[in-house]
Design a protein around this ligand. Structure first.
Ligand SMILES: [Zn+2]
Length: 290
């Protein structure tokens, strides 16, 4: 059980009661007398610092076992109880409302004190499935759900801190769940409006949300092909930029003006896309957090 030692400090408003000098015990929301057990325990993945098991958890107040994953540093060279406690706090306190919505259900952090006195950690979470394997196959609807899930974490005042495909689980109904909250940090989110899947990359006011959008390939492709002729940067394809676009072609073709109508058509197409996203009414851009 973790404890907290307070340093000596004056009591407020002249109160004669003094701060405790003994160690404070870590708050455990679960009744200590409750007994959990896990069966069918097996290694799922193992890295230098972390091993993840899968198994079936029997809860004290239920006959039906639940599928869980158990994340542990038991085999790691350096144990990191504080990181695990931080992660458990993220699940059980700060992001409690997101359990079963944007993050898995947490069944608690269990600690083991070795003979050397060092504490290793076992964090038990609902097993919702496997991470994203092939980002190119993600549907727009799923991309939007991932962005919303990460935004919910931001809305509650935290960044994830380590977003990657490995940390986005897809459940059997196609919903994303964000895992691995060890590096979550307090955050005030600058995002004011929803980013729209397929729109050109723009600054939305939050680095991690930008990163999230890039990760799930939510932005329009940076490159636009004029089939068989040239591949342009999307950002360059603008009305009024025609001479520069043709000068790019002049590096490859003797008479780039031949391609002018095709380049103009491409520019019109990209400008029309821009206009489409610009014209989406503000109420459709509002971020609604339930
Ligand atoms: Zn943010």
């Amino acid at each position: 059980m973790a404890s907290l030692q307070l340093s000596l400090a004056p009591s407020p408003w002249g109160c004669r009661k003094e701060l405790p000098t003994s160690k404070l015990q870590r708050y455990e929301p679960e009744d200590e007398t409750k007994e959990y057990s896990i069966r069918d325990f097996r290694v799922h993945v193992s890295h230098k610092d972390t091993t993840v098991y899968r198994g079936l958890l029997t809860l004290p107040d239920s006959v039906e076992p639940v599928k869980v994953v158990v994340k542990t540093d038991f085999f790691a060279e350096t144990l990191r109880p504080k990181d695990f406690e931080h992660e458990a706090d993220m699940y059980e306190i700060h992001l409690w409302d997101l359990q079963d919505k944007a993050i898995p259900r947490c069944y608690g952090l269990f600690q083991h004190k070795g003979e050397d006195g060092k504490v290793s950690s076992f964090l038990v979470l609902g097993d919702y499935g496997d991470p994203i394997v092939e980002p190119r196959n993600l549907t727009n609807s799923f991309k939007g759900k991932v962005i919303d899930a990460v935004y919910h974490i931001h809305f509650l005042g935290f960044t994830h801190g380590d977003l990657s495909y490995d940390n986005i689980i897809i459940n059997k109904d196609g919903w994303p769940f964000i895992i691995d909250l060890e590096t979550a940090k307090p955050h005030v989110c600058g995002v004011k409006e929803r980013l729209l899947i397929g729109e050109e990359k723009r600054d939305i006011g939050c680095a991690e949300m930008m990163q999230c959008a890039a990760l799930v390939r939510a932005w329009a492709n940076v490159y636009v092909k004029l089939e068989g002729v040239y591949t342009f940067y999307r950002g360059d394809l603008r009305r009024g930029n025609m001479e520069r676009l043709l000068s790019l072609l002049s590096r490859r073709y003797d008479d780039p003006s031949v391609y002018r109508p095709y380049v103009e058509e491409l520019v019109e197409q990209v400008e029309a896309e821009r206009e489409y996203y610009r014209n989406i009414p503000p109420e459709k851009r509002l971020i609604v957090v339930e």
